[in-house]
Ligand binder design. Structure first.
Ligand code: PLP
Length: 407
């Protein structure tokens, strides 16, 4: 008899976005003449930089010609892209990462989800709350948790992000083996300083733990004192893997390209205490289960590092940050506490009421959709996330409507 992986039965239905969709549709049906402005989603709205489009086209043409056609590529990515990543994203900022430590992939979602396969099932895991749900759900699927009780999975150490700690979790109260961190953070927009990150790296070194550092939003960092990479922090090469993406950096959410950094100096242990290279394990997993990113997409990603590409990608980020600044300004002027939006595309607003109540109020009174914080974990209750991924005119209009509705 074929049996299922019963861990899947522990998963909670992805209630958040379906419920947002349901409530928005009901509102639209009741008010067919009112136009909803969506500031809930985390997807980009601007097209790819022209430099990427040109490189993409050129590479497609190469595939049409017998002398330049390419078949299967290297699973971990072409050297032309890995070299640029290592040089521009790491070495140029003083981070000691080499091209053969870069694994090009089709998404930070897939990589943050798949990476747990190379670790034992009986390790202790620390996951932030509120959180990007992929870290938690993939560990539930793998059987690293108990059941879901009172809003939390048994067996997980939750790292609480609260107003008191500025949404930078404190070190765990008990010893953990694997730690997920994400900065700039989704959903809170919080950023971490080098010294705060150093505390985590030191903890990992002292406890033979490993940090999985999700830096999918690094391109939004404006403050040069903030680390863009965990490898800007001393000792991180031994205890951290990093996930990056072209999705938000250059509008690749529909084109798909990302990468994971696995330093050769990162090791983990067998049950008998022997050390093993994580680079070798991830290389084995990646080459066995992943076919690589298509050649034209990698050429398009490479173009992000050209002079024009850098300028154009910068303009995209600036566009969204201008939206974020407007949202922050208007929401603060209405008397709400908020964080994020200065080095991130998300603004995390303390609504001083139930998240869903706040969501409904903005929808009903202003026709604006946000994301209720409670959907990202228990610590998100009372907050909403407003996303800067939209057109400036829409953001302006949304803010005008919210001002009128709440004034
Ligand atoms: N990590 C975080 C924190 C995200 O918010 C997202 C997307 O919203 C991702 C990863 C996914 O990135 P990608 O598009 O590269 O899969």
């Amino acid at each position: 008899m074929i049996k299922i992986n019963e861990n899947y039965l522990k998963l909670q239905a992805s209630y958040l976005f379906s419920e947002i969709g349901k409530r928005s549709a009901a509102f639209q049906q009741a008010h067919p003449d009112r136009e909803i402005i969506k500031l809930g989603i985390g997807d980009v709205t601007r097209p790819l930089p022209p430099a990427c489009i040109e490189a993409f086209h050129r590479a497609v043409d190469e595939m049409a010609n017998i002398s330049s056609f390419r078949g299967y590529g290297p699973e971990h990515g072409y050297a032309f892209l890995r070299q640029k990543i290592a040089r521009e994203d790491f070495q140029a900022r003083g981070a000691d990462i080499s091209e053969d430590e870069i694994f090009v992939s089709d998404g930070a979602k897939c990589d943050t989800g798949n990476i747990q396969e190379i670790f034992a099932t009986d390790i202790k895991i620390a996951i932030p709350d509120p959180v990007y749900p992929v870290y938690l759900d993939t560990n539930v699927m793998a059987g690293r948790t108990g059941n879901f009780e009172k809003g939390r999975y048994d067996g997980i150490v939750y790292l609480e992000g609260t107003r008191d700690n500025g949404f930078i979790p404190d070190l765990p109260p008990e010893k953990v083996d694997l730690i997920y961190l994400c900065f700039p953070n989704n959903p809170t927009g919080a950023t971490i300083s080098k010294s705060q990150l150093q505390t985590w790296v030191d903890y990992a070194r002292e406890n033979k733990a490993l940090i999985l550092y999700d830096a999918a939003y690094d391109a939004f960092i404006q403050d040069d004192a903030l680390p863009r990479s965990i490898y800007e922090v001393a000792g991180a090469r031994e205890v951290a893997l990093e996930f990056r993406s072209f999705s938000k950096k250059a509008g690749f959410t529909g084109t798909r390209c990302a990468f994971t950094v696995v330093p050769k100096s990162c090791e983990a242990y067998s049950s008998s205490g022997e050390k093993y290279s994580l680079h070798a394990l991830w290389h084995r997993r990646h080459t066995t289960k992943f076919n690589g990113v298509s050649y034209p997409v990698q050429r398009a990603a490479e173009a992000v590092y050209s002079e024009e590409g850098k300028t154009q990608a910068r303009q995209l980020i600036d566009y969204y940050l201008k939206n974020a600044a407007l949202i922050r300004k208007e929401v603060s002027a209405l008397g709400f506490d908020c964080i994020g939006g200065e080095n991130s595309p998300y603004i995390w607003v303390d609504g001083k009421m139930d998240s869903w109540e706040f969501f409904d109020m903005l929808l009903q009174k202003a026709g604006v959709v946000c994301t209720p914080g409670a959907g990202f974990g228990r610590c998100g209750e009372g907050y909403i996330r407003i996303s800067a991924f939209n057109n400036y005119e829409n953001v302006q209009q949304a803010m005008e409507r919210i001002k009128k509705a709440l004034a």
